[in-house]
Design a binder for this molecule. Structure first.
Ligand SMILES: Nc1ncnc2c1ncn2[C@@H]1O[C@H](COP(=O)(O)OP(=O)(O)OP(=O)(O)O)[C@@H](O)[C@H]1O
Ligand SMILES: [Mg+2]
Length: 341
C-alpha cells in the first residue's frame, strides 16, 4: 500500500539498455508531498536513468512509476504538466540573455506571456540573477548558468521538481548558495523536490529522506539520521596520560560499548558506541574512579560518507575512476571498525 501523500511512486522499476546494461534494477520507493528526496550514488549508479523515466523521457523495461497520480508510461503528458526538470547537463542557450532563456522556457511550457513576465522577475530574483538578467548567458559563470537552469525549471510552477546533480562542478560557496535556494523553495512553496547528488553532505543538509543507489539497486532508504544510525553509532577517541593494560578491557566490558580498537602503546583508545551522549559520561566516570588521567577526548558522529562505505563496501572515490556498471570488488577496508553482524 502506498501512503496517501505519495506524489512519486516507484514500484520494481527496471531499465535494461541494449547490451544488457541493467541501469535500474527493480527499485521501489515513494516520495511524500513537500519532501526533499535525495538520490545518492556514484557515477553510473542509475540516478539519471531513474529521473529520465520519472520525467517521461525514457521508457522503463519493467515495473511501474507514478508521478502526481499519473502513470509515467500511460499518461506522460499529464505527468509533464506537473513537473519541472533541471537536467544534469546545461541546456541554457549561450546566445540569449538570461531573461530571453526564461521567456523561451515559459513559451515551451505554454505559460502565457502575461503570467510569465512577472514570474521571470520573481525567479531571477530568487536565484540572485536579477542584475545579470539582460546579459548574454555566454558571459555567465558556471554557477550562474546552473542557477538560471534552476529558475527555468520553475517557470510553470511545477508541483514536483527534479534536480539532476544541481551542484555538480560548482565551488563550495556557490554550492552552499544553491542549497539555500533549494531550501527556500521548499519553505515557501511546499514543492516536492527529487534531487540526485554525489555529495553526501549535500544529501545530509537538504534531504528529508535519502535513497542510496548503487549498480541500479537501492541499497539503503532512510532519513539522514536513520542512515547514520544504521552505520553503528559514534566514535569516541580517548587519550589517557598513562595507560594501564586493563583500561581497554574495562571499557570493552561496558554494556553499551560496541567495539574497541586501541593500543596501550600510544595511550589511545578508539571506541564505537551507539550514543556518545550516554556512553561518554559512563566511560569518563569509570576512568576517574580509577584515578586515570584523561588527556583528551574526541567524539565523531557518523557521516553519510561512512554510511556509503558501510552499505556498499567502498567509498565514493573508488567509483570515480570507473564508469558504467563495471562491478568492482570492494577493496580492503583500511583502518575501519569491522562491521557488526
Ligand atoms: N542511453 C544509454 N544507452 C546505454 N547505456 C546507458 C544509457 N544511458 C545510461 N546508460 C548506462 O546506464 C548506467 C546508469 O547510467 P546513469 O546515467 O543513469 O547513471 P548516473 O547515476 O546518473 O551516473 P552519473 O553520476 O555519472 O550521472 C551506466 O552504466 C550508463 O553507462
Ligand atoms: Mg547522472
Amino acid at each position: 500500500m502506498y501512503s496517501e501523500d505519495a506524489v512519486v511512486i516507484v514500484d520494481r522499476l527496471e531499465k535494461v539498455y541494449s547490451g544488457d546494461v541493467r541501469a535500474v534494477d527493480s527499485i521501489s520507493f515513494e516520495v511524500g508531498r513537500g519532501a526533499i528526496f535525495g538520490f545518492l550514488g556514484p557515477n553510473g549508479a542509475g540516478k539519471t536513468t531513474t529521473i529520465s523515466i520519472l520525467t517521461t523521457q525514457t521508457m522503463p523495461t519493467g515495473g511501474r512509476a507514478e508521478v502526481l497520480g499519473y502513470d509515467v508510461v500511460k499518461e506522460p503528458s499529464k505527468v509533464r504538466k506537473g513537473i519541472g526538470l533541471v537536467p544534469q547537463e546545461l541546456t541554457v542557450d549561450d546566445e540569449l540573455t538570461g531573461r530571453e532563456n526564461m521567456e523561451l522556457q515559459g513559451s515551451l511550457y505554454g505559460v502565457p506571456y502575461s503570467d510569465a513576465k512577472g514570474r521571470i522577475d520573481e525567479l531571477l530574483d530568487l536565484v540572485k540573477l536579477a542584475d545579470s538578467a539582460d546579459r548574454y548567458v555566454k558571459t555567465y559563470s558556471g554557477g550562474m548558468k546552473k542557477r538560471l537552469e534552476l529558475a527555468e525549471g520553475l517557470i510553470h510552477r511545477p508541483e514536483v521538481l527534479f534536480l539532476d546533480e544541481p551542484t555538480l562542478g560548482l565551488d563550495v560557496q556557490t554550492r552552499t548558495s544553491m542549497w539555500e535556494h533549494i531550501n527556500k523553495l521548499k519553505r515557501e512553496t511546499n514543492m516536492t523536490i527529487f534531487l540526485t547528488t554525489h555529495y553526501l553532505e549535500e544529501a545530509d543538509a537538504l534531504c528529508d529522506r535519502i535513497g542510496i543507489i548503487d549498480h541500479g539497486r537501492i541499497i539503503a532508504l532512510d532519513t539522514p539520521e536513520g542512515l547514520k544510525k544504521a552505520v553503528g553509532g559514534d566514535v569516541i577517541e580517548i587519550e589517557v596520560v598513562e595507560c594501564e593494560d586493563d583500561i581497554l578491557e574495562m571499557i570493552r566490558n561496558m554494556t553499551d560499548v560496541v567495539l574497541v580498537d586501541g593500543a596501550c602503546t600510544d595511550n589511545r583508545a578508539r571506541i564505537k558506541v551507539p550514543d556518545s551522549g550516554v556512553a561518554l559520561p559512563k566511560i569518563l566516570t569509570s576512568l576517574i574512579d580509577r584515578d586515570v588521567q584523561v588527556a583528551s577526548v574526541m567524539v565523531r558522529k557518523p557521516s553519510l560518507d561512512q554510511a556509503f562505505l558501510e552499505f556498499t563496501g567502498r567509498d565514493l572515490r573508488d567509483e570515480e575512476s570507473t564508469s558504467g556498471n563495471n562491478k568492482k570488488e570492494p577493496g580492503p577496508r583500511k583502518g575501519r571498525f569491522h562491521r557488526r553482524r
